[in-house]
Design a protein around this ligand. Sequence first.
Ligand code: 13P
Length: 256
Amino acid sequence: MKNMLIAGNWKMNTNVFESQKLVEYILGFMKTNDNLKSRVLVCPPFTSVYAIGQIVKNSELLLGAQNCYFEEKGAFTGEISIPMLEYCGVSHIIIGHSERRSYFKEDDELINKKLLAILEHHLTPILCIGETLDERNQGKTFDVLKNQLDKDLSGVSKEQIDRIVVAYEPVWAIGTGISATREQVVEAHNFLRQLLIDKFGENANSVYILYGGSLSEKNADEILSIENVNGGLIGGASLKGDSFCSIIQTAEKYVV
Ligand code: 13P
């Protein structure tokens, strides 16, 4: 039994109307299944963040953002600051997602700046890390994960570590319908837990380590039952209310 966080990353999907419909479905589920012990988070696109913040503000449903900039304000056309998100009711911010690393060329130095800024504002960063298929085939998975964690968590103290959520998202499993196998997830999450403990001490035992990559209602039980998996960061399946809620129900079997 363990802590669980079920998080939906809606990516560049849903307009404001569609976001509201989806959140109302999830809230309806949460009302009929009150006393959920798993934490539930949705990360809509920026254009929906304020509207969703208004809907969820008196509920248990948490609101997240998919990105941010590290500066508070100024001449940074197109960027969104952490205080702006905080004002909308955001508690969690995804950073380092592989789509941002590859399509938008975000490097570990930038991701680290974002992470430290999020901590400074007392919000929770969800740091995504993961290897590509080439890196896995070359036997570099653990080196890649260690390198990303070392760089992205640079400057984080032992006292701060349990305010960070880590999401292991093998790049080759994202949006492909092919999730990592149970053995691959066990191995990666055990490795990450040990790495965090070695670096940050016992506080790292309470860090949420999420799995992401083609997680669905079909494989949720197999993956969420793994000891060092504290929930999921879900893309495609989080856009369908019934699939997302079914994953929450599965998480309830393993939550403390
Ligand atoms: P999918 O669940 O669509 O594979 O996406 C996972 C992901 O990237 C979550 O951040």
